[in-house]
Design a protein around this ligand. Structure first.
Ligand code: CDP
Ligand code: MG
Length: 136
């Protein structure tokens, strides 16, 4: 069943010149780009996006990181897109993520791990509405 997922190519990926390589993996997988926008986000949007993590001791440095420079926000669409993108991205901790995944191939960090993707239909709907309120 076709579904949409919200993805961020995080500031570390943009800084390192890996945005195209990451985007290419999603396209090659067969996912369709519904929306794509490079932007710098403020602390308020970071707090809303990461609402579930705001009480974590590691949230302040995460907020500093996600607001540290341009990121690319996108909406991808395809059959089982939510799980498919989470699998392509790999485990959260780049040091342990499987080779072949985005994080496994390009990240050696538990924070600067290149990508975000929605983890459920509920978070996908919430995140798309937050980042792309005009999208139908
Ligand atoms: O992104 P994902 O859903 O895989 O992981 P999460 O547990 O929802 O954490 C969200 C983000 O917080 C991660 O992608 C990391 O960038 C960051 N994080 C961190 O900075 N320090 C941690 N100890 C855990 C996660
Ligand atoms: Mg998460």
């Amino acid at each position: 069943m076709s579904e949409r997922t919200f993805v961020i190519i995080k500031p570390d990926a943009v800084r390192r010149g890996l945005a195209g390589a990451v985007l290419s993996r999603y396209e090659a997988k067969g996912l369709r780009i519904v929306a794509l926008d490079q932007r710098v986000v403020d602390a308020e949007l970071a707090d809303q996006h990461y609402a579930e993590h705001r009480e974590q001791p590691w949230y302040p440095p995460l907020r500093d990181f996600i607001t540290s420079g341009p990121l690319i926000a996108l909406v991808l669409e395809g059959d089982g897109a939510i799980d498919a993108v989470r699998t392509l991205n790999g485990a959260t901790d780049g040091r342990r993520a499987a080779p072949g995944s985005v994080r496994g191939d390009y990240s050696l960090s538990n924070r600067e791990n290149l990508v975000h993707a929605s983890d459920s239909p509920e978070s996908s709907a919430r995140e798309i509405a937050l980042w792309f309120p005009g999208l139908t």
